[in-house]
Write a protein that binds this ligand. Structure first.
Ligand code: ATP
Ligand code: MG
Ligand code: FE
Length: 349
């Protein structure tokens, strides 16, 4: 199926077009620079930027793909989770295109899209696949039987998301926003063993598949403050490398344990943090040792984009899932287990 996908859950206006599992276009307009000076995404600025970018970005995707809107088999859009106002721009645009073109509309889950995007890189997801979803707002282990209908949460962060931890640590090191890519870069020149930062929820009695990153963030903050108070220079590269190692050590260890416990031999890592070079390398090393096959999309497909939404939409069409109704609304807290919003769906929870 030929599907166009629209993503507006945060600060990226993404429009992607896929045919089956083939990526034809991936157009992204980002308002990230407008948020930079506020140290985080400002919802009103994001919504306005989506509104301005929407039509040109759709046009750019259609041009890139070299297809006519009338040839599409469906329009998919992120229905949630995300910023309410930002989501609403995408949902409204998707409805307008679907209605005007007479195509089915699919309101899909942003998090399931972060997983499904891997189909564009490595072909159909094996069933089941263990998914480690690590992004700016989420960190979860998801046992995925069918990405269009069956995603079960085994565990999740009990406080900060992994990406949030990267952003907060970057902020306290004065490295700017978003923090993930910068810390990734500095860490390459630092020593991951320089400072022994804590591994959250890693005790024998701790929940096996839950994560916690706020204690780590506090530990980094205390360590940095102590240096500053002593008038010493903060070794940004070593702090970055040691902090990053603490995050990816726990993520990969728990993900592989989940694969073993559940008898699943494919691990997928998705979401913005999956772009992290050390996470990718350590996951590969540990998967090789455990006999687990690792799938991680290329970095550009890990962060928010429209292609991931189109990928899930295309899978919805292929599997004959019920389209959404035209009264589809954005749901800022859509649970990860709701892979899409079918017409009969009760959106109140
Ligand atoms: P969610 O998907 O939970 O709704 P989001 O869409 O805002 O949140 P993503 O776009 O998936 O999040 O990911 C953004 C996050 O990924 C940010 O926190 C950013 O710092 C982090 N990130 C991006 N690149 C890297 C990297 N190379 N290393 C670590 N983190 C990274
Ligand atoms: Mg973003
Ligand atoms: Fe995301």
């Amino acid at each position: 199926p030929l599907v166009l996908g629209i993503e507006t859950s945060c600060d990226e206006t993404g429009v992607g077009i896929v045919r089956g599992t083939t990526l034809l276009a991936d157009a992204v307009a980002s308002s990230v620079e407008e948020h930079g000076r506020y140290g985080g995404v400002v919802p009103e600025i994001a919504s306005r930027a989506h509104l301005e970018a929407m039509v040109p970005t759709v046009q750019r995707a259609l041009d890139q793909a070299g297809v006519k809107a009338s040839d599409l088999d469906g329009i998919a859009v992120t229905a949630g989770p995300g910023l309410a106002g930002a989501l609403l721009v995408g949902v409204s645009a998707a409805k307008a295109y679907a209605y005007a073109l007479g195509k089915p509309l699919y309101g899909v889950n942003h998090l399931a899209s972060h997983i499904c995007v891997d189909q564009l890189e490595h072909g159909r997801l094996p069933e089941p696949t263990m998914a480690l979803l690590v992004s700016g707002g989420h960190s979860s282990l998801l046992l995925t039987e069918d990405i269009t209908s069956s995603v079960r949460s085994l565990g999740a962060t009990i406080d900060d998301a992994a990406g949030e931890a990267f952003d907060k640590v970057a902020r306290l090191l004065n490295l700017g926003f978003p923090g993930g890519p910068v810390i990734d870069r500095y860490a390459r020149e630092g020593d991951p063993k320089a400072i022994a930062f804590p591994r959250g929820l890693s005790g024998a009695k701790d929940p096996a598949y839950d994560f916690s990153f706020s204690g780590l963030k506090t530990a980094v903050s205390r360590w940095v403050e102590a240096k500053r108070r002593a008038g010493e220079e903060v070794p940004v590269r070593d702090v970055s490398a040691s902090f990053q190692e603490a995050v990816v050590d726990v993520l990969t260890r728990k993900a592989i344990r989940a694969c073993k416990d559940e008898g699943v031999d494919h691990l997928m890592i998705g979401g913005g943090v999956a772009a992290n070079s050390r996470l990718r390398a350590l996951a590969q090393e540990r998967c090789d040792r455990a006999g687990v096959t690792l799938r991680v999309p290329r970095p550009k497909l890990c962060t928010d984009n429209g292609a991931m939404v189109a990928a899930l939409g295309s899978e919805m069409v292929r599997r004959d899932r019920a389209p959404s109704a035209f009264d589809l609304s954005a749901d800022s807290s859509l649970p990860v287990t709701d892979t899409h919003v079918p017409a009969d769906h009760d959106q109140l929870h």
